[in-house]
Design a protein around this ligand. Structure first.
Ligand SMILES: [Zn+2]
Length: 239
C-alpha cells in the first residue's frame, strides 16, 4: 500500500515537471500570441509597448520552416529559438529595440572543422545542445541587448544577434543603444562554414527572449509556422 502511494506520488511529480515544457500543437490559438505555454502562460502582441525593428534592411521576412523558431536542429541536437535572416556577407545589422548591451563577443575566432565537429559530437552524446557550447562556440561573434522590463510587462526582454563577421566599434558591454543603431555585420562565425574558413552560408541568427522568475521563453515558442508568419507582419516594423 505504502509503495503504491509512493509510485503515485512519483508519477504525479514527473507529470508536474514535464507539463510546463510540452509543445502545444493547438491550431486554435489566438493569432496575436508571441509565445504560448500550456501552463497557462502566454505573451501576446498587445502586451508589447512598441514594434520590433527588423534587424536587416531590404530583405524579406523568412518563411521557410527551417529558418523560423521551433525548427529542429539535428546537427546540434537542439531546437531553433530564433529567426535566420539570409543576406550577403557584411550586410549591416541594426538593433531591434533600444537597450543596453550585455554581451559584445567580438573576440571569437572560428575553430577548425575538426574541433567544431568534436563539439557537435558531444551534443549527440547528451542529446541536447549544452548552453556553453551554444553560447561560446555556435553563436560565433554575437551581441545580446537587454531591453529591460517595459517592452512586455513582467518579463525581461533580450535580443541576440549571432554569426556576425564583426561588431561595430561602439558596441561594448554596458553601452546604451537606440533602436536602429548599427551593431555589426552579417557573417558566418560559429557555423560549419566559418570553421571551414570560407564566406558561405552567411546569415543573421536573431533571437528574442522573455525571462521571468520561473523560466526563459523565446519569441515564437509553441507557435506554429503559419501563425508565426502572420505574426511577424504585425510585430515588426521595417526601416
Ligand atoms: Zn539560426
Amino acid at each position: 500500500m505504502k509503495n503504491n502511494l509512493l509510485i503515485a506520488l512519483f508519477a504525479s511529480f514527473i507529470v508536474a515537471c514535464s507539463s510546463s515544457i510540452d509543445i502545444v500543437q493547438n491550431s486554435n490559438l489566438p493569432k496575436e500570441h508571441l509565445i504560448f505555454l500550456n501552463d497557462g502562460l502566454s505573451v501576446n502582441s498587445k502586451q508589447m509597448s512598441e514594434k520590433i525593428l527588423f534587424p536587416i534592411k531590404y530583405v524579406s521576412f523568412p518563411t521557410r520552416e527551417s529558418l523560423l523558431p521551433n525548427a529542429i536542429r539535428a546537427y546540434r541536437n537542439g531546437i531553433h529559438e530564433g529567426i535566420d535572416i539570409v543576406a550577403n556577407y557584411n550586410t549591416p545589422v541594426y538593433a531591434s529595440l533600444s537597450g543596453v548591451v550585455v554581451v559584445a563577443n567580438s573576440s571569437y575566432k572560428d575553430l577548425n572543422i575538426n574541433q567544431y565537429n568534436e563539439f557537435l559530437s558531444k551534443t549527440s552524446k547528451i542529446k541536447k545542445t549544452p548552453r556553453d557550447i551554444y553560447t561560446h562556440i555556435l553563436l560565433g561573434k554575437y551581441v545580446i541587448i537587454d531591453h529591460g522590463f517595459d517592452f512586455v510587462k513582467g518579463f525581461r526582454t533580450t535580443t541576440t544577434y549571432a554569426h556576425l563577421s564583426q561588431l561595430h566599434g561602439n558596441i561594448l558591454s554596458g553601452a546604451s543603444v537606440k533602436k536602429g543603431d548599427l551593431i555589426g555585420y552579417i557573417g558566418n562565425t560559429g557555423t560549419k562554414y566559418g570553421a571551414q574558413g570560407n564566406n558561405a552560408g552567411a546569415h543573421l541568427h536573431w533571437e528574442m527572449h522573455f525571462e521571468n522568475t520561473d523560466n526563459i521563453y523565446y519569441l515564437g515558442q509553441n507557435i506554429k509556422k503559419k501563425q508565426f508568419i502572420e505574426l511577424t507582419k504585425k510585430i515588426f516594423e521595417r526601416e
